[in-house]
Design a protein around this ligand. Structure first.
Ligand code: P1T
Length: 383
């Protein structure tokens, strides 16, 4: 017997036909509670904050895709948003613990750490984690967590996961990888030594911009137990309908990611060759500083591109309001293409910090529309 491949796992892990009815699709179990035969005697479900069968199916599916099968140590906890997952990881820390952040990361992650966790005595610092020296210099005696986004949001920098895991473990710290941009289809951080993988399932996993959710996957049994405890004790769970939407979205993740990769590679090359564009950030371009590392630890370069237009902020604003197919909106990873200016939208909270992004940076989430239509749209918007 061969091991199931990614596409097969996405459709089958945790998704056996419903034992009660034979339904092929995991039902949306819209129930808060479950009848018990006698006090404490039940079928494994007692209250939906603790467990819900739709959420259980999603957790098994996501864990399996990150390389943690049902008989392996560890597993997944699904959450109500990516930031709820980040907050849950924060609950693992205690006052005095230090977090290392990359100097480019999602603004909301930065805000949660710098403006909320610090109120509970947690310390943080941000460094360039794209070099070994940068990672090593960032670690302190109190470092408990190295937080890595790779590719980063929005500058698409690539961080060496295996190296960051080694440095973290030498320091007695955990490595968390936010795998939102790459997804497990393109990158498997746990296999490279990460302790926890975090997702905003709002993005590629859900894939259709119709739900908000998050998840943490670990292959460490004790960490999984602590996260399961926190999921129940603190309650940031996705409802069954949201769990269902992500479960359904993930079934086509491989198909969508292949098209996101293809479209983004074409568009990145188009922008790179265009005199109306000053700079392009995309790890798939051979000249990108992260290209070699991305080739080593990813199986594709993803659907996100950032660029600055030659005409500065005014041109950036014009382009972002002129596209017809690229909707001007926050978020990413859906089938529809999106365009935004991080400095004034998704990354407002990093203004004036080490994580500040260029004011004229334009970020594209390249969707799965026909690439010729997307090229035409951008060409026209560039003016
Ligand atoms: O939005 P939420 O589901 O809570 O996920 C937060 C989050 C975590 N990690 C990364 C890498 C992210 O990009 C996000 C959310 N990002 C956006 C909304 C955005 O437009 O960049």
């Amino acid at each position: 017997m061969t091991e199931d491949q990614f596409e097969t796992i996405a459709i089958h892990a945790g998704q056996q036909p419903d034992p009660a009815t034979g339904a092929v699709v995991v039902p949306i179990y819209a129930t808060s509670t479950y009848v018990q035969e006698a006090p404490g005697v039940h079928k494994g479900y007692e209250y939906s904050r603790t467990d819900n069968p739709t959420r259980t199916a999603l957790q098994i599916q996501l864990a399996a895709l990150e390389g943690v099968g049902e008989t392996d140590d560890g597993g997944c906890v699904a959450t109500s948003s990516g930031l709820a997952a980040t907050a849950m990881i924060g609950y693992l820390l205690k006052p005095g613990d230090h977090i290392v952040l990359p100097d480019d990361a999602y603004g909301g992650t930065f805000r949660l750490i710098a403006q909320v966790l610090t109120k509970h005595g947690i310390e943080w610092s941000a460094s360039d984690l794209t070099t070994e020296g940068g990672i090593r210099a960032a670690v302190r005696a109190t470092t408990k967590l190295i937080w890595v986004e790779t590719p980063t949001n929005p500058l698409l920098r690539i961080i060496d996961i295996a190296l960051a895991a080694n440095v973290a473990h030498e320091a007695g710290a955990w490595l968390v990888v936010d795998n939102t941009f790459a997804t497990p289809y393109l990158q498997l951080p746990l296999s490279l030594g990460a302790d926890m993988v975090l997702h905003s399932s709002t993005k590629y996993l859900g894939g259709h911009s119709d739900t908000v959710g998050g998840a943490i996957v670990t292959n460490d049994a004790e960490l999984h137990e602590r996260l399961r405890f926190l999921q129940n004790a603190t309650g940031p769970i996705p409802g069954p309908f949201d769990a269902y939407l992500v479960l359904r979205g993930v079934k086509t993740l491989a198909l969508r990611m292949d098209r996101h990769n293809q479209n983004a590679e074409v568009i990145a090359r188009f922008l790179d060759d265009d005199p109306r564009v000053a700079n392009v950030w995309y790890p798939g371009l051979p000249g990108d500083p992260g290209h070699e590392m991305a080739r080593r630890q990813m199986t594709g370069f993803g659907g996100m591109i950032s660029f600055t237009p030659s005409g500065g902020l005014e041109a950036a604003n014009t382009i972002a309001t002129r596209t017809r197919l690229f909707f001007l909106a926050e978020s990413l990873g859906g089938v529809e293409s999106l365009i935004e200016l991080p400095a004034g939208m998704t990354h407002l909270s990093v203004e004036g910090t080490a994580l500040e992004v260029p004011e004229d940076l334009v970020r594209l989430s390249v969707g799965v529309e026909h690439v010729d239509d997307l090229l035409f749209d951008l060409d026209r918007a560039l003016g």
